[in-house]
Design a protein around this ligand. Sequence first.
Ligand SMILES: [Fe+2]
Ligand SMILES: [Fe+2]
Length: 231
Amino acid sequence: MPRRYKQERTPIDWAQQVTPPRWLPRRAYITAVSQLYHGEIATLAMCRSLNETAIVTEDQHFLQTQIADETRHIELYRRYLERLGDIAAPEPALAAALHGRFEWQGSALGTIVAVHLLLEGEGLRVQREYGHWFPCSLLRQVNANITPDEARHVAFGRRTLVGGLNGITQDERIAIYRWLENLWRDCAQSMSQDIPSLIRLTMGQRWMNERWSRHRKVLIRLGLVSEAEAA
Ligand SMILES: [Fe+2]
Ligand SMILES: [Fe+2]
């Protein structure tokens, strides 16, 4: 019997105005919010490709629900950005995800970890930080409406990783870890210096290095690699 994931969602009052922060140029604000939008598009593309892989057959119901969730999230951010008047290009880390570099060539487990733990985990962090920095009540409502879905998706990634570890070899576990680490460092290094300072703060190299050490701890705790294997 398929599990149900229905839940109450925070309502969004679209009659409200968008209120960009006064301390930030409007263009930089559009660039910042656009990253949430591109993150949703990247996640949706990954979920669609995961849904076609055999390893996750028993989780296809979850992935189908998630595809509906991500489609809804894209629409919410698109609608918000429409109010701002434009959508900016994705920053390098998200461009990498959009171009399929988050897809592992071995078992689907690698892609699940990349998408559900790294990409979605970062999405949640950025949502939280924007909520702290930006005064726009409409954006906060949009984020509050989306956050419970994303937390559920990250939990799915963790559960699937733990459940799938027995089905792969030690070599593949370590290879997935190395791939994730290189992917993360590549994204950090590709950060251009002329991106708006706000984005550099949330997605810049220093931040990404610090964030990698947190992801590393989680991956060790969940059993993808031991401390010794990660070294
Ligand atoms: Fe999403
Ligand atoms: Fe998600």
